[in-house]
Design a protein around this ligand. Structure first.
Ligand code: GLU
Length: 494
C-alpha cells in the first residue's frame, strides 16, 4: 500500500482542508482545479472543506473578484462547509478581518526574539542584490539588523525609519514528506531571514497562511506546485510558533502543449467565466479539470462529480506537469451535452443563438429540436453547433459556383439537381424517408456520389460544411427543401 494511504490511516484527527484563493483576479482554471482536488479529498474522506479568502494584498484584492470566485465555484457545483459567505466556527474567513490575530502572533515572535525589525533601506538591499547578481550569486539578506539592541530599535522607530519584520531562519536542512512529491529537502540557509510582515498589522502571505491554517486546524494543505518552495519557509514559522505543521500535497503544474507552464502566451483561455461564456458545461469542466494531474485506476475518462467522490484519491495524482489539451475539453463537453434530453440542450443553447441574432422562439419547438440534433452529429464545440444549425434558422446566401462538384459543369449540375428534385417530388411530408430517397438518388449518381450529393448539400444549406443533405431534408421537410432546390436550379439558369 502506498505510503500516503499508510499516512492517512495513521492520521488520527479530523480531516480539514481549505482552499485559499487571493481575490486578485477572476476565477482561474488552476484555482478551480486546486479547489476541486481539496473538495474531492474532503468529500471522499468525510472531512470538512473550508474556503478562506486571502486578501492581505490590499492593492490588488477586490470584492468583485471574491464574488466572481465564489460564484464560479458554485457554478462548477462545488460547495464549502465554512467560508466567508456562510461563516463557521473558525471565522472570520477573510484575512483582512483577522489582523488582530496575526498581530498577536507577530508580537509574540518579536518578544521571543525569533523575529526582528529590519530597518535596512530598500536602496541598500537593492544595491546588494545587484552586486550579488553581477557575480552570478543569489542574494540573501545578510542579517544586518538581526541583533539590534532594544535602544537601537527604539531610536530607529522614533526616527520613523521604514521597517519590516523578518524571521530568523535557522541554519539547517529541513526535510518533510510531501504526499505527492515525496521526500523533500531544503537548505534553509539559502533563504536568508525572510520578511514575514510589513508591520505588526500587515502580515505577508507566508505568515498569515500559517496562522490561519493552524487556527483553522487544517490537517492537509493541498495546493499548486508554485507554492512548493514556500513550504519550508512556512514550516520555519510553524516551528517558531511552537506548532505542528499539517501534511502537504503539491499538485503538478498545468502545462501548455509545448510542456511549458500554462500562460497567456499559449492563447489558452484560463478564466472560468470565459469557458462558461463559450458554452462549456460545468460537468465537462469538472471532468476536464480533474484529469489535469489525476487519473483513475483503469482507462475510464468520463466522470460525473458524484463518480469522482468515490474514485478520487491523492495517491493517483501525478508528480509531473499536467498538459492542457483543449480538444479533450471539447470532446468532453460534447459528450455531456449529448447526454442531456433535447429540451434541455435547446434551453442551454438559447442564449448562444440569441448572441448570434437567432431567436429560436420564432420557430416551432419540434423543428428546433430536430435541427439541433441534426447539427450536433459532427460538431464539437457549442460555436460549431450554432454555425452548423444556422442554415435551419435563416436564409443563407451562396454563389452558384459553389454548387458545382469538382470537374463537373453547370449543365451537369443542373441536370442532377432536376433529377434529384423529381425524385423528391415522389414524396410528401408524411411519406418522406431517408432510406427510400437515398435509393432513388443512387440510381441518379451511379458511381459518382459527389455529383449529386454535393449540389444537393449546397442547394439545401448554402454551405460547404453542413449536416448531410438527407438529414437536412428530414428537418426542413419536403416542401421547404423543394423550394431550396428550385432556387438552386434557377441560379444555374441565369
Ligand atoms: N492565496 C494563495 C494563492 O492564491 C494560496 C496559497 C496556499 O494555498 O497556501 O495562491
Amino acid at each position: 500500500m502506498a505510503a500516503y494511504q499508510k499516512k492517512l490511516e495513521g492520521f488520527s484527527g479530523n480531516i480539514r482542508v481549505r482552499m485559499a484563493p487571493s481575490p486578485t483576479g477572476a476565477l482561474h482554471i488552476g484555482t478551480a482545479r486546486t479547489t476541486l482536488f481539496n473538495w474531492l479529498f474532503a468529500r471522499s474522506k468525510g472531512g470538512t472543506f473550508i474556503l478562506r479568502i486571502e486578501d492581505t494584498d490590499k492593492e490588488r484584492s477586490r470584492p468583485e473578484y471574491e464574488k466572481n470566485i465564489l460564484d464560479g465555484l458554485h457554478w462548477l457545483g462545488l460547495d464549502w462547509d465554512e467560508g466567508p459567505d456562510i461563516g463557521g466556527e473558525y471565522g472570520p474567513y477573510r484575512q483582512s478581518e483577522r489582523t488582530q490575530l496575526y498581530k498577536e502572533h507577530i508580537e509574540k515572535l518579536l518578544q521571543d526574539k525569533k523575529a526582528y525589525f529590519c530597518f535596512c533601506p530598500k536602496e541598500t538591499l537593492e544595491a546588494q542584490k545587484q552586486d550579488a547578481e553581477s557575480r552570478g550569486e543569489v542574494w540573501r539578506y545578510p542579517g544586518t539588523c538581526r541583533d539590534l539592541s532594544e535602544s537601537e530599535i527604539k531610536q530607529n522607530q522614533k526616527d520613523k525609519k521604514h521597517s519590516v519584520i523578518r524571521i530568523k531562519m535557522p541554519n539547517k536542512k529541513l526535510s518533510f514528506k510531501d504526499i505527492i512529491k515525496g521526500e523533500s529537502s531544503f537548505d534553509l540557509s539559502l533563504f536568508g531571514d525572510i520578511v514575514i510582515a510589513k508591520s505588526t498589522e500587515e502580515p505577508l502571505y507566508n505568515f498569515a497562511v500559517v496562522v490561519d491554517d493552524h487556527e483553522m486546524q487544517i490537517s492537509h494543505i493541498i495546493r499548486g506546485e508554485d507554492h512548493y518552495s514556500n513550504t519550508p519557509k512556512q514550516m520555519v514559522i510553524y516551528e517558531a510558533l511552537g506548532w505542528q505543521p499539517p501534511e502537504f500535497a503539491h499538485l503538478p503544474l498545468i502545462l501548455g502543449q509545448d510542456k511549458s507552464k500554462l500562460s497567456k502566451r499559449h492563447g489558452t483561455t484560463t478564466s472560468i467565466d470565459d469557458y462558461k461564456n463559450q458554452g462549456y458545461l460545468p460537468e465537462a469542466l469538472i471532468n476536464f479539470i480533474v484529469l489535469l494531474g489525476w487519473h483513475a485506476s483503469g482507462d475510464r475518462e468520463i466522470f460525473t462529480i458524484n463518480d469522482l467522490q468515490q474514485e478520487f484519491s491523492l495517491e493517483r495524482v501525478q508528480k509531473t506537469g499536467a498538459v492542457f489539451n483543449a480538444e479533450k475539453l471539447d470532446w468532453l463537453n460534447n459528450n455531456f451535452l449529448k447526454q442531456k434530453p433535447i429540451q434541455e440542450i435547446v434551453e442551454f443553447l438559447l442564449p448562444f443563438f440569441m448572441r448570434e441574432g437567432i431567436n429560436l422562439g420564432k420557430f416551432e419547438s419540434t423543428y428546433v429540436q430536430k435541427a439541433i440534433l441534426a447539427s450536433m452529429e459532427k460538431t464539437k464545440g457549442v460555436n460549431e453547433i450554432i454555425k452548423m444549425s444556422e442554415i435551419f434558422f435563416r436564409e443563407t446566401e451562396y454563389e452558384k459556383e459553389l454548387l458545382i462538384w469538382k470537374e463537373s459543369t453547370e449543365e451537369i449540375t443542373k441536370d442532377k439537381l432536376e433529377k434529384s428534385l423529381d425524385a423528391l417530388r415522389l414524396f410528401d411530408e408524411i411519406t418522406f424517408n431517408k432510406e427510400s430517397y437515398e435509393q432513388k438518388l443512387k440510381e441518379i449518381y451511379g458511381e459518382d456520389k459527389g455529383s449529386v450529393l454535393w449540389p444537393l448539400r449546397v442547394a439545401l444549406s448554402g454551405r460547404k460544411v453542413s449536416p448531410g443533405p438527407l438529414e437536412i431534408i428530414e428537418v426542413k421537410g419536403v416542401n421547404s427543401s423543394t423550394m431550396c432546390i428550385e432556387k438552386a436550379i434557377a441560379k444555374l439558369e441565369k
